[in-house]
Ligand binder design. Structure first.
Ligand SMILES: [Fe+2]
Ligand SMILES: [Fe+2]
Length: 150
């Protein structure tokens, strides 16, 4: 999937202040799937969400969606040693970190909290931004696990 020059520019401008933050950069040192770092995974999800919103001609709040995507796995530990509870607990942890570090608003918290649905059955994505990030996360997780192992 290719973003237009304008969309790539919008993505860079929106996320630049977050990418300059030490805690966000810490995600580059954790492996998410295959050989992909958590930070690269989150950037993949941000890119896919934006691409999908354009393809489907959905009117979304771009900042909410992109910041939510960048911080959806902002749990800040190596999950490989974290045990099975990680799968349903990390979204809440990422959300707490996002509030603590950036005081993100309710809409952005919703995007982060619901990204694992239907796992974590209580947190159903009900906004366009949250649905797009949820789908993009699943697509990228699968792609990274299957095809990005070297
Ligand atoms: Fe996740
Ligand atoms: Fe993810």
């Amino acid at each position: 999937m290719r973003l237009t020059k304008e969309d790539q520019q919008a993505l860079n401008t929106t996320l630049a202040p977050y990418l300059a933050d030490d805690a966000v950069r810490q995600m580059a040192s954790y492996t998410q799937h295959g050989t992909v770092s958590t930070l690269s995974h989150c950037m993949n999800v941000a890119r896919t969400s934006l691409w999908l919103s354009r393809k489907l001609h959905l009117n979304v709040d771009t900042k909410t969606m992109l910041v939510g995507a960048l911080l959806h796995d902002f749990f800040l530990y190596d999950w490989h040693g974290a045990g099975w509870r990680h799968s349903y607990r990390h979204a809440e942890r990422a959300c707490r970190n996002a509030v603590a570090h950036f005081d993100v608003d309710e809409q952005t918290q919703h995007v982060i909290r619901c990204h694992m649905w239907p796992m974590g059955i209580m947190h159903v994505p009900v906004t366009r931004e949250a649905v797009l990030v949820n789908l993009s996360d699943k697509y990228n997780s699968l792609h990274e696990t299957l095809f990005q192992r070297h």
